[in-house]
Design a protein around this ligand. Structure first.
Ligand code: EPZ
Length: 422
C-alpha cells in the first residue's frame, strides 16, 4: 500500500486549480442511465470513485469513453440491471444507480452498500420513497431487488430527515415516473441542484430547484436526452485547501471555485482570524499568525458541512484556546481524533462533541488514514508537524482528492508518495 511522506514546516505559496466535485459527478454519472443516447460530462475529477462508477456502467453494458476529466457515455446499450457487490462494496455511492435503473428498466438488483468508517449509512429512506412510488422492494442475499413492472408512479415523498443520496435517487426515479412527484424535506446541496438542473435541461419539468420542496413531472418512462454537463467545482476540496493555507499560515489562491458554495468555511476561518480576497471564480486566503478557537456544529447545507469537520479540527488543534466541534450527521466521524492526538494534538471526545485544546506545536509520527476526509485532516496536520510524518492507507485519499500530493507540491509542500516495503 502507498503512503505519503510529509516533512512539516514548509510555508506554501502560489495557486491551486480546484477540480470538479466528486459528490456532484457521482449522481450525474448515475443519471446518465436515464438516457439511451450519448451524453458528455466535462470537468470530472480524476479520482478513484469516478472510475469505479464509470466501470459499473460498463459492467451493465453501457458504453464509456473516459479520459482524465471528460467522459462520453451512451447507456443505450445497457443489457444488465444488476449492480454487483464487488463494485458497490468499493464505493457505497453506487446505490445511486438504484433509482435510475428502476425508473428506466422497471427492475434492478443493487448490492446493499454496507456501512463505512464514519457510520452505518442506512438506505431505508431511499427504499421507503421508492415503495411510495409503487416499487416492490425485497432485500435478499445482501441485494436490494426492486421491481416496478408498470413503471414508477408519481407520489408525495416526505423525507423524515434530509438525505443527499436519498434526494438524488428519488429525483432521478421521479424524472421518468408516470405523473407528478413532490419531494418534501429535500436536500439542497449544490450537487443536488446541479443534478436537478441537468434533468430539467433534458426537458423534465422540475419546480423548486434549490429549495426543500421539489415538484417533478415524470416523462412516463420516456428516456431523456441530456445536454453536455460541466461538473461544478469541488467545495470540499476548496475548503480543504483553505485550511491548508490557514494551518501553514500561508497566502495561497484557489482558482476555479464557486465561492457561494464555501461560505460557511470562509465564515468560520474568518472567525479564527483569517481574511480573504475573492473574485468571481477565485479566492485568496490571507492567514492569521495566531488562530482563534472556533465552535462548529455540522449540519445540512447551507450549514457547516460534515465533510469539512475533520479538516477544521486539524486547524483548531493549533488555535490559541479551546474549540468545540459537534458532529450531528454521522455517528462515528471522529476517527481522525486519535491519529491527530498521536501528532501531539489535545482533543477530547464526549459522544458527538469534541473539545480541541489548542497546542503550541505538533510533532511528526506515523499515522493511519481511516476515511476520506480524516485522511486530508492528517495531511494538513503533517504539513506543520515538526519532522517527517508518514500518512498510511492513503487509498482513502485517492477516492476523493484529485492529485492532492501533486497540488500540494506545486504549492511548496515537502510531500511525496512512497510504497510500503514488502
Ligand atoms: C452524501 O452522503 C455525501 N456523499 C457524503 O460525503 C456527505 O458526508 C453526506 O452526503 C452528508 O452531506 C456523496 O455525495 C457521494 P445522507 P449520503 O444520505 O448521501 C442518514 C464524502 O466525504 N440516512 O445525506 O450517504 C445517514 O445515516 C462523503 O465525500 C438515513 O438514516 O448522506 C446520515 O446520518 C462522506 N437513512 C444522514 O442521513 C437513509 O436512507 C445524512 O446522510 C439515508 C441517510
Amino acid at each position: 500500500m502507498d503512503y505519503l511522506e510529509i516533512v512539516g514546516g514548509q510555508k506554501l505559496s502560489g495557486s491551486v486549480l480546484i477540480s470538479g466535485a466528486k459528490n456532484a459527478a457521482l449522481p450525474i454519472i448515475a443519471a446518465t442511465i436515464l438516457s439511451d443516447k450519448k451524453v458528455t460530462l466535462t470537468n470530472l475529477p480524476n479520482v478513484v470513485d469516478i472510475r469505479t462508477l464509470l466501470s459499473l456502467l460498463t459492467m451493465l453494458g453501457g458504453e464509456v469513453d473516459h479520459s482524465e476529466t471528460i467522459a462520453h457515455i451512451n447507456n443505450g446499450s445497457i443489457n444488465s440491471t444488476k449492480a454487483v457487490y464487488e463494485i458497490v462494496s468499493q464505493m457505497r455511492a453506487s446505490i445511486l444507480v438504484l433509482g435510475p435503473l428502476l425508473a428506466r428498466f422497471g427492475e434492478c438488483e443493487v448490492s446493499l452498500p454496507g456501512g463505512c468508517a464514519i457510520g452505518q449509512r442506512p438506505i431505508d429512506l431511499h427504499l421507503r420513497a421508492l415503495e411510495a412510488m409503487g416499487a416492490h422492494i425485497e432485500i435478499k442475499g445482501g441485494y436490494v431487488r426492486a421491481e416496478a413492472k408498470d413503471g414508477l408512479k408519481g407520489a408525495k415523498i416526505i423525507f423524515d430527515k434530509i438525505t443527499v443520496g436519498g434526494t438524488e435517487n428519488i429525483v432521478m426515479a421521479a424524472a421518468l415516473a408516470h405523473g407528478q412527484s413532490t419531494i418534501i424535506n429535500a436536500a439542497i446541496e449544490p450537487e443536488v441542484v446541479q443534478l436537478c438542473e441537468m434533468i430539467r435541461d433534458a426537458g423534465v419539468d422540475i419546480q423548486g430547484i434549490g429549495t426543500n420542496e421539489l415538484i417533478i413531472e415524470g416523462t412516463c418512462g420516456k428516456p431523456l436526452e441530456f445536454k453536455t454537463v460541466e461538473i461544478i467545482p469541488d467545495r470540499i476540496e476548496a475548503g480543504t485547501y483553505l485550511c491548508a493555507g490557514a494551518i501553514t499560515n500561508s497566502v495561497i489562491t484557489l482558482n476555479k471555485v464557486n465561492n457561494n458554495h464555501i461560505r460557511t468555511s470562509i465564515d468560520k476561518l474568518e472567525s479564527m482570524g483569517c481574511s480573504f480576497e475573492l473574485t468571481d471564480d477565485s479566492i485568496t486566503i490571507l492567514p492569521s499568525k495566531t488562530l482563534k478557537p472556533v465552535n462548529l456544529i455540522t449540519t445540512e447545507y447551507p450549514g457547516f458541512p460534515t465533510d469539512m469537520q475533520a479538516q477544521f479540527m486539524a486547524v483548531a488543534a493549533l488555535a490559541e484556546g479551546e474549540s468545540v466541534i459537534e458532529e450531528r450527521l454521522f455517528e462515528n466521524r471522529f476517527m481522525h481524533v486519535s491519529e491527530l492526538n498521536r501528532l501531539g494534538a489535545d482533543i477530547w471526545l464526549k459522544g458527538s462533541v469534541s473539545a480541541v485544546k489548542g497546542v503550541e506545536k505538533l510533532f511528526a509520527a506515523d499515522v493511519m488514514a481511516t476515511d476520506l476526509r480524516a485522511s486530508s485532516a492528517l495531511v494538513l496536520a503533517a504539513l506543520v508537524a515538526e519532522g517527517t510524518t508518514n500518512v498510511r492507507r492513503i487509498y482513502h485519499l485517492d477516492r476523493g482528492y484529485d492529485d492532492l500530493e501533486g497540488k500540494l507540491t506545486k504549492l511548496g509542500a515537502n510531500i511525496c508518495r512512497k510504497k510500503e516495503s514488502k
